[in-house]
Design a protein around this ligand. Structure first.
Ligand code: ATP
Length: 596
């Protein structure tokens, strides 16, 4: 039931800008011709005035060359940026489509490292590599063609030196790409490790494991250092090879021209004697012959890093265990408080940045919600459900359940009985292996899941609190009617009198500043602020709370669930007793108790 994978967009190189940049390199040919001609003229006694016109043309050509290169670079940059944005959007959409229970999805720190940092290496690669390749093909050929009629020896020296450079670059490049990829994987791994350990710092400190973790971090940093040095070594090696061959090539041409002009050597010029102008012309062109190859070598490292960045983005965009239905619908509609990749994707909408751009999206979402016909709370029917986590025994094997519209049901059972998994399956956050789930008479399937999620609200076991204001933490960037709805929701969740939970108060990463009970009530406020949801899926809302706080959370939950269908996974007998019915999943049987 996983959604079809979307193939990543292909970068279409804007040919004209790449070719213009390549052709701009050829401007040096007429410039060198004019320069040599002017010097020859001055030596022949024509005076400095004869050099004025060539100097003016050289200047104009220089300006034209600079303009052409600037235009080409700007156009390539814009194309590369928009391509990277499309790749990033694809990778983020794929991450948002992954089930929160998919154990193989990228770790948060690693995903952040690839998306924010490693992906940036793609732009220099796309911007510089193609034009450099054009230049490396066009310019040396044109220069050879210009030099050969004057001196076949000079042309031969350049011709022999040139191919050695690409051969060595290719040899070095093979190692460079592998080293770059290994470096980026290590970097992503270290980011993931660091983020994870920072999140768990309190636990590490409480169990006196900070030193051990610091040692491990130190080892990881050393390993990253070694990989960085390996990449740098390869980069330096490739430039050294290139500089050596280009210096040798230019030096040999210079020695030949020098001896020819002195008259010591009179071979290699097709039986003629080289003039000063011709010698100077060849000398000016010799370094330009190697320049595009040097530029190509410089971007060779960009290529290795860029391709490694592209591979990282491709890995993120790869398929795994997917949510049922459309990703956008899922991300927009589930009023989730899960502390998972889905939570992070929803959470990325938290904060001022998202609010600034949310106008049009808010409007369309509001229209979609308002467009829904008024209806009563949905019934939930589960028929012959089959499900097993990957590589594990079947958790549900022909399980059936019917919840009436507006009914409040407690899901009980020992730890590991499958309460959370059942809620996850009902929300379509994980595809079932068999059987059917119907919500309000509609089959939960690829086509219907996004619409069905619009009427669901989910409250997970560990609601994630983002580093943002209380208000942003409640609205999560969804199109709710601002402060009135937020303060109503706070009131309903019994947070109205808590000083730390006022709309404008900033909350720290992970919810520091709120007590455990307050964080749970904040999660309830997230559900409350989205009144369109009439099926509430709630996972252990009173776990770890004292009896008084648990009673307040239960009151708030029941107030919120009035007239709505409610399924609560819980170990709390007091909460379960206040609902219409309780189902023990350990027994996997039909309703155990009815108090309606
Ligand atoms: N992402 C996952 N991948 C593989 N197995 C999982 C995954 N999540 C849960 N499980 C396994 O599925 C079984 C049911 O887990 P579930 O979280 O649904 O139980 P639960 O009844 O909600 O437990 P608790 O009361 O402790 O929250 C457990 O054995 C658990 O180890």
């Amino acid at each position: 039931m996983s959604s079809a994978s979307v193939s990543p967009p292909v970068f279409v190189v804007p040919r004209l800008p790449a070719m213009v940049q390549g052709a701009a390199a050829l401007a040096w040919l007429p410039q060198a011709t004019l320069l040599a001609w002017a010097v020859q003229g001055m030596v022949a006694g024509n005076g400095w005035r004869a050099a004025l016109l060539p100097a003016a043309v050289i200047l104009v050509l220089g300006v034209l060359r600079a303009l052409a290169e600037a235009w080409g670079a700007r156009t390539m940059y814009a194309a590369a940026r928009s391509h990277l944005s499309a790749l990033r959007a694809g990778a983020i959409a794929a991450l948002a489509r992954r089930s929160p229970l998919d154990r193989d999805r990228a770790r948060s720190g690693q995903a952040a490292s690839v998306l924010a940092e490693q992906a940036e290496a793609v732009v220099p690669y796309l911007v510089r590599f193609q034009p450099a390749r054009w230049k490396a093909v066009l310019a040396p050929l044109a220069i050879l063609a210009a030099i050969a009629p004057l001196s076949w020896i000079a042309a031969l020296v350049l011709l022999v030196a040139a191919p050695l450079i690409p051969v060595f670059m290719a040899l070095v490049g093979m190692g460079a790409q592998a080293a770059s990829r290994a470096h980026m994987v290590e970097l992503g791994g270290m980011n993931a490790f660091l983020l994870d350990r920072l999140r768990g710092l309190a636990t590490l400190r409480a169990l006196d494991a900070v030193d051990a973790t610091a040692t491990r971090l130190g080892d990881t940093a050393q390993s990253l250092r070694r990989r960085t040095m390996a990449v740098l070594r390869i980069a330096f090696l490739s430039s050294a090879v290139l500089e050596l061959f280009s210096a040798l090539g230019v030096a040999m041409v210079a020695v030949y021209i020098g001896f020819s002009l002195l008259g010591t050597l009179d071979v290699g010029a097709w039986g003629a004697q080289l003039t000063l102008g011709q010698g100077l012309f060849i000398l000016l062109l010799a370094p330009a012959f190697f320049e595009p190859l040097r530029e190509l070598a410089a971007v060779w490292h960009d290529k290795a890093a860029g391709e490694a960045g592209l591979a990282g983005l491709r890995d993120l965009a790869a398929d795994g265990v997917m949510l049922i239905g459309d990703a956008n619908g899922a991300a927009a509609a589930v009023s989730a408080t899960v502390s998972t990749a889905v939570g992070s994707a929803v959470g990325s909408a938290v904060g001022t940045g998202a609010r600034a751009g949310s106008g049009a999206a808010s409007q369309s979402a509001r229209t979609a919600i308002n467009g829904l016909p008024a209806r009563s709370a949905p019934a939930v029917e589960v028929c012959a459900l089959q499900f097993a986590h990957a590589g594990e025994q079947a958790l549900f094997d022909g399980f059936s359940l019917t919840v009436r519209p507006g009914e409040h049901v407690a899901l009980l059972g020992a730890s590991g009985a499958g309460k959370t998994t059942l809620l996850v399956l009902l929300a379509g956050l994980l595809p079932a292996d068999g059987g059917a789930i119907r919500i309000g008479g509609v089959d939960l399937a690829e086509q219907s899941a996004a619409t069905l999620r619009r009427r669901m609200a989910w409250m997970g076991q560990r609601p994630h609190v983002f580093s943002a204001s209380v208000s942003d933490n409640i609205t999560l960037g969804r199109p709710v009617d601002a402060s009135l709805a937020v303060s109503d929701a706070l009131h309903l969740a019994e947070l109205g009198a808590v000083a730390q939970a006022q709309p404008g108060v900033m909350l720290a990463d992970g919810g520091h500043g709120l007590s455990g009970g307050e964080a749970v009530r904040l999660a309830l406020a997230r559900v409350a602020v989205w009144p369109h949801a009439d099926l509430l899926l709630v996972d252990e809302p009173t776990a770890h709370l004292d009896s008084e706080t648990a009673a307040r959370v239960t009151d708030a939950l029941l107030a919120l669930a009035r007239g709505k269908t409610l399924l609560v996974a819980t170990h709390d007998p007091v909460l379960a007793a206040r609902l219409h019915r309780a189902i023990d999943l350990s027994a996997r049987t039909t309703p155990q108790r009815s108090i309606a």
